[in-house]
Design a binder for this molecule. Structure first.
Ligand code: PHE
Length: 337
């Protein structure tokens, strides 16, 4: 038995085979164990001799088994270590970093410019009341200009804000009678528009408001020029066109020169050379008075900018819908690493 077992043991190369070997030669049903059980049938004089031989064989096999076990464990460990070795000469795998969304990027950049001019940044509710979205902005219930903004109503009094201008009123009510008021309010607004290349039912506005003594239209223009140059470079031009808003008087729409302009083929400005990016004007005296600022003493200007428009111009994106489709081919271009 011993010779057979030892020969077999030499060929064993893994733990599983070693376990089988142990069961076969030393286990409960092994020949060895069988022999021990038969010992009872022997003459008393033969027992010690027989028992001793059995023990010797068993001990010898146990010892061999143990050696083999240790040898195998060592071999397996070194094989594992070999397999786990890191090849430092392999090329690295690049981690997948996200990118800031172009709209968030533009908002941050614009915030930076206005922070530099001493503005505070504020946030307002997207679900607004009729009072702040319209009435306090000089748009009473029967005012025809309400048709200008197709509104998502929630109840008769509650609606999705159609612009960030309600924050003009909320800010003034909070700060009155402190001056100067200088605040910038980025946020999402909602309109019942059909979505197309330049319209979206939800988009982003950035409201600006300045109130103080002796604030004039030229301050509005200077502020916007400063902003335009900071975002688009020293040579960016700003064009004011007369317009109308019930909450500003006089009112102006503001265009920027199309910096993406490829003349005939320009998809960003549709060959006009200019892009309208905001509505603005001198805060209407009634709006000042309703919000707690004496209009015989204070004046102010306000503007509401389309963040998507600014981003379209800055990054040459011809379709506003691309901002909301989360297409990685677009978004990954804004990765900074
Ligand atoms: N709220 C206006 C709009 O959404 C823009 C605007 C803001 C105009 C502030 C004048 C002053 O079209």
């Amino acid at each position: 038995i011993q010779t057979e077992a030892e020969t077999k043991l030499q060929d064993i190369a893994d733990t599983k085979a070693l376990n089988e070997w142990r069961v076969l030669y030393l286990g409960k049903k092994s020949e060895m164990t069988g022999l021990s059980k038969q010992m009872g049938q022997l003459e008393a004089s033969e027992k010690p001799q027989f028992g001793q031989s059995l023990n010797q064989v068993r001990q010898a096999l146990e010892a061999k088994w143990n050696d083999k076990r240790e040898a195998l464990a060592a071999a397996e460990q070194s094989a594992r270590l070999m397999a786990e070795t890191i090849d430092v000469t392999l090329p690295g795998r690049r981690a997948n970093f996200g990118a800031m969304h172009p709209i968030s990027k533009v908002i941050r950049e614009i915030e930076d410019v206005f922070l530099g001019m001493g503005f505070l940044i504020a946030d307002g509710p997207e679900v607004e009341t009729d009072k702040y979205n319209f009435e306090m902005l000089n748009l009473p219930k029967d005012h025809p200009a309400r048709d200008m903004q197709d509104t998502f109503y929630i109840t008769e009094e509650l609606l999705m804000r159609t612009h960030t201008s309600p924050m003009q009123v909320r800010t003034m009510e909070r700060l009155a009678p402190q001056v100067p008021v200088k605040v910038l309010v980025p946020g999402r607004v909602y309109r019942r528009d059909e979505d197309d290349a330049t319209h979206s039912h939800a988009f982003t506005q950035i409201e600006g408001l300045v109130v103080g003594e002796g604030i004039r239209m030229s301050d509005l223009k200077g502020t916007l020029e400063q902003f335009a140059r900071a975002l688009f470079g020293e040579h960016q031009q700003v064009r004011l066109r007369p317009s109308f808003f019930p909450f500003t008087e006089p009112s102006a729409e503001v265009d920027l020169i199309c910096v993406q302009c490829q003349g005939e083929g320009c998809r960003v400005c549709k060959q006009t050379g200019w892009i309208e990016i905001l509505g603005s004007g001198m805060v209407h005296p009634r709006v000042l008075d309703m919000a707690g600022y004496d209009s015989s003493r204070y004046t102010g200007f306000a503007f509401g900018m389309g963040a998507e428009r600014v981003a379209m111009l800055k990054y040459g994106i011809p379709d506003i819908r691309q901002f909301y489709q989360n297409d990685l081919r677009l978004l990954s271009q804004f990765a900074t690493i």
